[in-house]
Ligand binder design. Structure first.
Ligand code: N01
Length: 858
């Protein structure tokens, strides 16, 4: 019979590090708390995963609680990477020190939880047939705690011993004199295989996907970390504002932009450091550019290859199927070297698949293996498995399983719409497994504690996220992961290791620093994206915490930290030098077929151009391009990466023509040079390698202004013929006072003040209504080339771009405008830095291609 006796403020599922800290924190708030734990002691992951060689892959001084300075000082780690027993005893020490066990029911699995609308409480049932109620229900059940099903045929027929790394016998296993088969080469396999092989008579590893592993270089606490206790406060604070929750260098430069020799040197150092959280941070493009990643992947492959004596085995063991770091990289101690032993072998089960497990071993298509024991190191139903294994039912009888049928919808990885007063610690949608877990656990627990305090102060009883906020966060998370290479791997990050699991990137990939800012912003805005219930009725604080694309947010955050003085506070010379310095740090663009620098005759003397020729066989159509920079900054080479990208995508020769700049040469010098450039390009098209008549113009910002003006001038002069015009966030109206000028006046790189500064340098007030300065204000907008205008939601120039497209269309032209949500004025030219604008770049190229004739398209 069920008893309905107990009720708590807070119920916690799990007594790993998350559960332990939650109990402590909830007590601090004066709340009654009960944790339920399946095991018979604390420790979570470190309680269960007792396989030989189990260690943390985050350094001990980082993988530990920071919330109590005394705890921090009194605990001594013995090694760089602590063993499972040492971490378990740390968890036990924490439990003892804060007397946490008295609030934990051990050996008690939670089976279900139902939200009761009438009482605004959760009713939680356990496997011991007990039901308890609580106001807040918090899952601290771990990201890698629900094992993957044993999905290999015949397991039940095996008459020897079966072991699973995630629930290893507490007394250990003696493999001596045994023939052992091991399936799985993730972190658990790679850590355990060398130690199992050390004792077993023979060991055969069944590998489905070869994995990257870097040498752990374990030993005493490294010298540079030995004094950490004397500076732990600052060290921890630094860790909170890193990507992975571990302090270390972050490369702001690009792998593809440094010489091969320097790259190799840096990779060598990185390799020898043995810190996986630093790997992907060495260069800024390693996780967003496949070519860049390949430089590190191939370095790692060569390192691995050099450890394996038999080239045939090396072919199997060297990873080739995914970019490094898109699956969790492993730390190893003698893993690859183990295969040099005569009694250790590996079977590539992609080439020779396992057919069945037999009573005596494993049968592959080509061979039968006999074993005394089989070890499964086949991993977990990560991140969602441990949440969905419990039957959680929210408002309106909706189960979490139903809600998450197509992927884990949630807000901030912490809360779920329709499930009031329900929290997930390090849930999907938070950095969790891509970070130092203890640091992320602390951040979540502290955020929840602050939230509950806020509710208490404001007399609020329930909270849950709004649909808008939830959907917004999921979309933001997807946009973040889509910018990265993570989706390229069949990993558990992507849900790809469990048959039938939705393929979504489970963790938030933007880093703990960006994520912490998001969570802080939500709280600072009165818990934006949440609705609260209480005696005074419902309080809705709907909205999106991040409205710009994730890479734009990252750029804006970076610029804020740089605290550059605004351009408009500088002289033109200073502004140019600053702009050049910023440009120098931009990612390099892709390779093109040929790059030629030359001179053309401008309206008043020679000017530079840079020609980008496609790799394909010519002749090609020609796109004449005008750079951005408000008529004051930049030159024919300043949008180099964009021009390269445009050349490849549009399969046209891109000629970036310089023009005279203000204030030295004011209006209409730039416009006149633009027109001279188009005349020159049309006249010289064949000698430039172009197809006669196949000429388009394109420009960004002030360059968009010049391109638009040139089209009008060419029409009025009766030529040259221009196939199409593509105007990217163009300046088309010097008198603009539309809403975007106010809404986006500040905060999105191009400010209204800067635009005013540009205009002041370029043209007098009176000149600004001349169509040669403001093409939107022309009386005659008929008979102009087909136009594509690209605008950005967060650009002061957004509305004038839209207005120009409308005016062109109204005047009978083929004209359209695409407004890109979440983008800013500078997004589209920033190739490599703003990958979320790739779709817009593809659209620009497609419009140019469509404008060129059939011959060009062929
Ligand atoms: O699990 P995994 P894990 N037939 O999923 C293979 C953390 N961790 O327990 O790659 C044959 O990584 C599977 O093959 P494939 C860490 O975050 C940390 O090792 O899917 N093979 C893979 O080789 C880690 O990433 C530490 O093709 C099958 C392996 O089994 C995470 O936990 C230590 C198969 C599973 O690897 C999980 O690691 C341990 C099948 N049916 C774990 N199914 C440290 O801190 C799966 N595989 C160091």
């Amino acid at each position: 019979m069920k008893s309905h006796t107990k009720s708590f403020d807070v119920i916690v599922v799990g007594a790993g590090f998350a559960g332990l800290y939650l109990i402590h924190k909830m007590r601090e708030l004066g709340l009654s708390v009960r944790a339920f734990e399946k095991g018979d002691d604390v420790g979570g992951t470190w309680y269960w995963n007792r396989y030989p060689g189990a260690r943390c892959d985050i350094e001990s001084v980082d993988y530990s609680f920071s919330f109590d300075p005394e705890l921090e000082q009194e605990w001594e780690w013995s090694e760089k990477y602590a063993t499972q027993p040492e971490i378990l005893s740390y968890a036990q020490h924490v439990a003892d020190r804060f007397d946490l066990r008295r609030d934990i029911s051990f050996e008690t699995a939670v089976e279900g939880a139902v939200w009761d609308e009438e009482t605004s409480r959760w009713s939680v049932t356990t496997a011991k047939d007990e039901t308890v109620t609580c106001r807040f229900f918090i899952m601290a059940s771990g990201c890698l705690s629900q094992p993957k099903d044993l999905d290999i045929k015949g397991v039940e027929t095996f008459t020897g011993d079966i072991y699973r790394t995630h629930s290893w016998p507490h007394d250990g296993v003696d493999f001596s004199s045994q023939r052992v088969g091991i399936i799985g080469t993730g972190s658990s396999g790679i850590q355990s295989i060398p130690l199992i092989a050390e004792h077993a008579d023979s060991t055969v590893v069944f590998q489905r996907t070869a994995n990257y592993a870097i040498p752990a270089g374990n030993g005493p606490i490294p010298e540079e970390k030995q004094d950490v206790k004397s500076r732990y406060r600052e060290y921890r604070e630094e860790a909170r504002w890193t990507k992975g929750g571990v302090p270390g260098p972050v490369g702001m430069d690009f792998a593809l932009a440094v010489p091969e020799e320097e790259r190799q040197e840096r990779y060598e150092k990185l390799w020898n450091k043995g810190i996986i959280s630093h790997l992907s941070l060495e260069f800024a493009d390693l996780m967003i550019n496949e070519e860049a990643n390949e430089t590190l992947s191939s370095f790692a492959r060569e390192k691995i290859r050099s450890k394996i004596e038999d080239p045939k085995l090396a072919e199997i063991l060297v990873p080739t199927e995914f970019p490094i770091c898109t699956k969790r990289p492993c730390l190893d101690t003698n893993y690859f070297e183990t295969f040099n032993k005569p009694n250790v072998d590996v079977v590539d089960i992609k080439a020779d698949p396992i057919v069945t497990i037999t009573p005596t071993g494993i049968a592959t298509r080509d061979k039968e293996f006999e074993f005394d024991s089989i070890v499964f190191a086949t991993g977990f139903d990560a991140m969602t498995g441990a949440l969905l294994v419990i039957d959680i039912t929210g408002r309106g009888d909706q189960s979490l399983k139903e809600k998450w049928e197509h992927g884990p919808l949630n807000y901030l990885g912490l809360t779920v719409e329709g499930f009031p007063n329900f929290f997930t610690i390090t849930g999907p949608g938070s950095p969790s497994v891509l970070s130092n877990m203890i640091l992320s656990i602390e951040q979540h627990v502290e955020w929840i504690a602050d939230c509950l305090t806020y509710m208490d102060k404001n007399n609020l009883e329930t909270l849950e996220p709004t649909k808008t906020a939830e959907l917004g966060w999921v979309e933001y998370g997807t946009a973040t992961s889509d910018m990265t290479l993570y989706p390229l791997a069949k990993s558990w990050y992507m849900g790809a290791n469990v048959p039938g699991k939705p393929r979504v990137c489970l963790p938030y990939c933007g880093g703990v620093d960006a994520y912490r800012r998001v969570c802080n912003d939500v709280a600072a805005q009165g818990y934006l994206g949440f609705k609260f219930g209480g005696p005074d009725g419902e309080q809705m604080n709907d909205g999106l915490v991040r409205r710009q694309q994730p890479d734009v947010v990252a750029l804006l955050e970076l610029m804020e930290t740089m605290q550059l003085p605004p351009f408009e506070s500088m002289s033109p010379a200073e502004a140019r030098a600053t702009s050049e310095a910023i440009n120098a740090g931009n990612p390099p663009g892709p390779e093109v077929g040929e790059l030629v620098d030359g001179k053309y005759q401008g309206a008043d003397g020679e000017l530079d151009y840079r020609l980008y020729r496609p790799k394909t066989t010519g002749p090609h159509p020609v796109t004449l391009y005008f750079h951005g920079g408000g008529w004051v900054l930049g030159d024919h080479a300043s949008d180099d990466a964009f021009c390269r990208d445009l050349c490849n995508n549009s399969n046209s020769i891109v000629i970036s023509a310089n023009y005279r700049h203000a204030p030295e040469d004011r209006f209409p010098a730039a416009a006149d040079d633009g027109f001279a450039a188009v005349q020159w390009a049309a006249e010289n098209v064949e000698s430039l390698g172009g197809i006669p008549g196949e000429l388009a113009v394109c420009g960004w910002s002030a360059g968009g202004n010049i391109a638009a003006v040139v089209c009008q001038l060419a029409r009025d002069a009766g030529g040259p013929a221009i196939k199409s015009q593509v105007l990217i966030t163009p300046v088309v109206d010097g008198t603009d006072t539309s809403p975007s000028m106010q809404e986006n006046a500040e905060g999105f790189v191009l400010t209204r003040a800067l635009m005013d500064w540009f205009w002041d340098h370029y043209a007098d007030e009176a000149e600004r209504s001349d169509p040669k300065a403001s093409p939107l204000l022309a009386d005659n907008l008929a008979n102009l080339p087909p136009a594509l205008i690209i605008t950005a939601e967060f650009d002061p120039l957004r509305d004038q771009g839209n207005a120009y497209a409308k005016a062109l269309f109204d005047a009978g032209n083929d004209a359209r405008c695409i407004n890109y949500e979440g983008q800013i004025h500078t997004s589209f030219a920033a190739v490599g830095a703003i990958p979320t604008a790739n779709a817009a770049r593809a659209e620009i190229a497609a419009a140019l291609k469509a404008g060129f004739g059939a011959l060009a398209a062929a």
